[in-house]
Design a protein around this ligand. Sequence first.
Ligand code: DUC
Ligand code: ZN
Ligand code: ZN
Length: 466
Amino acid sequence: MRTLIANGTIVTADGSYQADVLVDGETIAHIGANLAATGVTADETIDATGKYVMPGAIDVHTHMELPFGGTFAKDTFETGTRAAAFGGTTSIVDFAVQSKGQALRTGLDAWHAKAEGNAVTDYGFHMIMSDVNDETLAEMDQLVAEGVPDFKLFTAYPGVFFSPDDHILRAMQQTTKNGGLILMHAENGPAIDVVAAQLVAEGKTDPYYHGIARYPIFEGEATNRVIRLAEAAGAPVYIVHLSVVDALNAVRDARDRGAMAFAETCPQYLFLSLDDLGNGFNGAKFVCSPPLRAKNPNWDELWTGLRKNDLQVVSTDHCPFDFHGQKELGRGDFRKIPNGLPGVEDRVDLVFNGGVVGGRISRERWVEIVSTTPAKMFGMYPRKGAIAVGSDADIVVYDPNRKRTISAATHHMNADYSCYEGWEIQGGSDVVMSRGSVVVKDGEFTGRKGHGKFIKRGTADYARLA
Ligand code: DUC
Ligand code: ZN
Ligand code: ZN
């Protein structure tokens, strides 16, 4: 099957230009001006006049079916990758979970079983490590060889995912040897638990106090600490879901002194704030960790961080729970509200609308932070994240002028609410292609459950050399 995408503007991280793209089978076969006029033939032609032709977006932080607080994130690999595709995201990297006492292998096998035959678009895995010991350290090398080269550890969630500093250091030392990458959820969990218990004892049990308990300084301290540990180990480190200026400054300082420190933020930290948490129990819809922060100065600082490359990626931390029946588990005690927000479908458009339409970043930088750097950082480039001959034909034909209103009534994520209900935004995906197959066209799903394949990813060379 040959598909010609004609008359569009190719937008990449490096620049934009007018050209046609010929897709042959699953990959990009040819790029050039007026290909039809030069005798190139195709089975199908997509007219991209007035549209951008960009690499499919990549969300490197999702939690399909994550067990959390006695319940499970509601999107499966089928529903979650389908929703992602509607929003122009053609690859996700999800977090497989090692439960305490289990082998990494057990957790990874369970995640392969959830995804295989179900995903609509391609997917990879990071591994959440809940135990660091001689056995799991040895297993890390095997996972790197299998294309699962990164490992998330937590300084938060004591008793569940929490790792003490000696475990974090040992895991980082292991990646120095095996070429992998440590991802850190950096908030000081034990300190947060002290403040949270004090607030609840004072009767402050509403969702708002979830945001109050998790002081910015607790994220800043943990971010600095884990970067220092990475420097001691001679390893790169990637801070996930950075939310606040205290933590951004720790990354800035580290990068200024030449450390291999990288970070992502998420749309919820660019567009939502502590105010959203403050509407009685309705605020439970906005409970995630790190929490939503004060608008000032954090929103502007995070955008500055994206512009100046102290932040390299926008991912979602997609982890949807229904308000009814799931978020409600925390009525009367914010500590029992499952943490997480639906987001995988709206990331690309929110960052386009707020960033490019809003005049904060260029369209090329937008493509870089939602697609190209995620591919480079996580060992998928140039197979993913590029419009280049030989790359997978994961392509989005994007309409920069399309207008739509975000609503739970029309979104495809498995959540009974949207954090952005009623928001009118500009920009949207017209055609979404995954390895040469059109999976979404003009708002209709045309893909297939099981089309998505596991992405065997390479080592973290970009994080060592960038
Ligand atoms: N934060 C969330 O909000 N949800 C899942 C896990 C996490 O760290
Ligand atoms: Zn996290
Ligand atoms: Zn997460």
